[in-house]
Ligand binder design. Structure first.
Ligand SMILES: Nc1ncnc2c1ncn2[C@@H]1O[C@H](COP(=O)(O)OP(=O)(O)OP(=O)(O)O)[C@@H](O)[C@H]1O
Length: 259
């Protein structure tokens, strides 16, 4: 299957399969040279979902990824364009994020999946589910990594090629994230993507913020009233970091003497 030429999976409502058979001929997610069964962990299967063989065909899906289909890597993961087949539908491309073989990396991937599961914002990748190998292996270090499935969102930005309006838009996305009670916590260039192919990504603008493995949720910090100021300062600091990434002029704060 030529994964590179597949169309993107449409982001319209889709019944996510409850189980996935993952085809990994190049051993990218485990050293087991066979297809691996996964089950959906998030969004949590509802009681109406069924694993019974009679269940609707879309309860079962398939995922194909190869060494050649890798599109990115970070300190904690490898990221692949993967062919996703749901029920009888034609294959379509999604992004499959796979943790490297370290427990901390798996914990970050799970945290990121929880963040996506709770986020309803148009400028982050659409979440297509978080799947874990099934049955679970006793030795979690050597077992295949869980897989986070996301919408493919284009290329890393080139700050030198962005207009002032583009930069203002990216800043506004981070403000919206903060207003939604989330700090991204790794506002690097590699985590701001632009889809130059999209027609403004269905009205959402072409920019996407990714990588929520280190994200901090305001609620999870149980920010008491008196610490609101601390949260506001953390948000302001993140905005300053984004401005640095975008090579924007920094405002000189009152009383700041430089150095
Ligand atoms: N949804 C996506 N669409 C397109 N490319 C993506 C997507 N997600 C990740 N990538 C690519 O993969 C790269 C690495 O992804 P990501 O930053 O999420 O990995 P990570 O291991 O969590 O990073 P780190 O731990 O170093 O912060 C990105 O910079 C980007 O090039």
């Amino acid at each position: 299957m030529n994964i590179a030429s597949l169309p993107k999976l449409p982001t319209v409502d889709l019944d996510l399969p409850q189980t996935l058979l993952v085809h990994d001929p190049d051993d990218r997610i485990s050293d087991v040279a066979q297809s691996i069964p996964y089950k959906r962990v998030l969004p949590a299967p509802s009681s109406s979902d069924s694993l019974a063989p009679k269940a609707h065909a879309t309860s079962h899906g398939q995922l194909h990824l190869t060494r050649a289909s890798r599109i990115g890597c970070g300190h904690h993961s490898n990221v692949y364009r993967a062919a996703f087949i749901v029920g009888e539908h034609a294959p379509a491309a999604v992004v499959a994020k796979v943790a490297v073989a370290r427990q901390a990396a798996r914990e970050m991937l799970e945290h990121e999946a929880r963040v996506y599961d709770g986020l309803a914002l148009g400028f982050v990748p659409r979440f297509f589910g978080y799947y874990a190998p099934f049955p679970e292996s006793a030795a979690s270090g050597s077992s295949p990594s869980p897989i986070l499935l996301l919408e493919e969102c284009g290329e890393v930005i080139d700050p030198g090629a962005l207009s002032d309006a583009d930069k203002a838009q990216i800043i506004s996305l981070f403000h919206q994230l903060h207003d939604a009670g989330l700090l991204q916590k790794s506002p690097f260039r590699k985590n701001i993507l632009v889809d130059s192919q999209s027609e403004q990504c269905q009205g959402q603008g072409a920019f996407r913020i990714i990588d929520f493995g280190r994200a901090v949720e305001k609620d999870s910090q149980r920010v008491p009233e008196e610490q609101e100021q601390g949260w506001a300062e953390m948000c302001a600091e993140e905005i300053r970091e984004v401005k640095k990434v975008l090579k924007m002029k920094m405002e000189v704060r009152p009383g700041y003497r430089g150095g």
